[in-house]
Design a protein. Sequence first.
Length: 132
Amino acid sequence: MTIQELYQNINGDYDQAVRILRMDKLIDKHIRKFPENNVSDNFFAAGNSMNPTELFETAHALKGVCSNLGLMNLSDAFSEISEEYRPGSARKFSDEEVKTKIEMIRNMYANTVEGIKRYAESVERSGQKYII
């Protein structure tokens, strides 16, 4: 699987990743680290406890990471939660609506991580550092 095929499979924006990271080598390096990002664990834990400060901070951090990697659907979803809990902003959604959105993000995140792991395995099997 090539890196471009990975982005097609996970509904990512390869062109966005290239604009930010400039080289396939860097995209490969950072996209393969994405599943190990423990900020997502903190985000989902904050969602379980509905901790507004943690939801804002973790969603804001993940929005940036996802945007830099061209994972725009996830970035947009994290942005929505970030804006919901931005200090000084009025809430737009009920707790139940937020929980529904977090569950949607959990599924999107899991599918993305699964796709990245399949890509990493295919690169490992090929014996190359990354596949253009």
